[in-house]
Write a protein that binds this ligand. Sequence first.
Ligand code: NAD
Ligand code: UGA
Length: 470
Amino acid sequence: MVKICCIGAGYVGGPTMAVIALKCPKIEVVVVDISVPRITAWNSDTLPIYEPGLDDVVKQCRGKNLFFSTDVEKHVHEADIVFVSVNTPTKTRGLGAGKAADLTYWESAARMIADVSKSDKIVVEKSTVPVKTAEAIEKILTHNSKGINFQILSNPEFLAEGTAIDDLFKPDRVLIGGRETPGGQKAIQALKDVYAHWVPEANIITTNLWSAELSKLAANAFLAQRISSVNAMSALCEATGANVSQVAYAVGKDSRIGPKFLNASVGFGGSCFQKDILNLVYICECNGLPEVAEYWKQVIKINDYQKSRFVNRVVASMFNTVSNKKVAILGFAFKKDTGDTRETPAIDVCKGLVGDNAKLSIYDPQVQEDQIQRDLSMKKFDWDHPLHLQPMSPTSVKQQVSVTMDAYGATKDAHAVCILTEWDEFKTLDFQKIYDNMQKPAFVFDGRNVVNAEKLREIGFIVYSIGKPL
Ligand code: NAD
Ligand code: UGA
């Protein structure tokens, strides 16, 4: 019986291992983490992350062949295959600060693996890492190996939050990179055998280590670039009277371009796009490729521009002042169907509005008040460095931000509504009721283009959509 251990019980480690356990009943899977509250939650009825379909998968195999534990060393020691799915945040200090990946968590996991191992192991990079990380990991492992054979594989994860279970059940592809030696090829085959339980062979791609590592950064960069491209167009649409949805539809009909991932928005968020592009930029700079670095940097610049453009539009349209005006924020998560707020555009928009002295009333179906207060008090990049965190709420955040239980509470007596996440429930709100309870003129700023602007205008709202004529 093959034993798998995954270090890191986060958004990737938890769901990925739960699906492996479900699809491979003969494999024992243990997910370990240094965070006691996280493991406790994984073993409880309230899982630490909200992800459609996840509860069901975990319930089917937890206690049978899926286990969650804080006994990291014991389970690593017993495993044949060790996945490493720890966080790889942006460095906040020292060389490469603000761009390079911080591999502290990764390195400490690798040293621990070397320390506790007494038998040969396959070590799988699941985290997103800079290209050539496997070389460093290999050095740490082999220099401390006491004669044990470690094979390193790169097996980056492509799931998106909110659709993680579907993505894991039916991945577009599984990518496995390894050494081109007999040992490397044998390790690739062993991991292939795991995925082959449910992924068609044609969808399992094998490459060398560096191609696999770089493909993950490249895929995220390409995806984010599409959003920045359509968002750049949205600014031009607003200036010219073109409609960004019509432009995106027309452009996406070209089969070479395709229709997906062309929704203009207030900006992309999430824990990875910005982090991974900054990392890519840093790698290009380190390899003497400043022009390539500059090209990718622009994707982040447009995203920052889009968020500040949104704030400026709100303030400018409301007679150049939002001071002491109540502004309702509908949606705080970085996308629908997740409670994750890492790098959500809502943080920058809310900070921008608070900076202009607005009073915010926030509602999100999945994000709790303490999370919102913490996010708005935190410095850039601190969110992924749990050890640096000192979540002291500045008084301005406490005084200017409140959190409500529903959209009607948030919008009552408000001057404006900003929609920042595309939750389905926002499409079916009773906007007549909302309008009746708001200050007039009542503004709607739809940062996700989810509401029917024409219908809202008929009610009496002044509606601003992204990239659409007024
Ligand atoms: P996360 O922060 O949710 O989880 C990481 C976990 O690792 C944390 O629970 C942390 O306590 C644990 N950890 C850190 N060091 C440890 C150690 N030495 N021993 C044991 N546990 C340790 O992060 P995540 O969102 O799951 O992302 C993990 C990696 O996967 C990142 O590199 C990310 O870029 C990548 N990724 C994320 C997504 C996503 O949708 N979130 C998708 C694809 C890839
Ligand atoms: C993204 C990638 O889609 C995954 O393939 C990848 O594995 C993951 O990053 C990662 O490496 O972490 P995720 O960030 O979970 O997944 O979610 P996405 O669906 O990609 O959305 C990212 C952001 O872009 C969200 O804020 C979303 O609202 C925004 N977005 C997405 C748009 O503004 N427009 C679009 O057309 C699509």
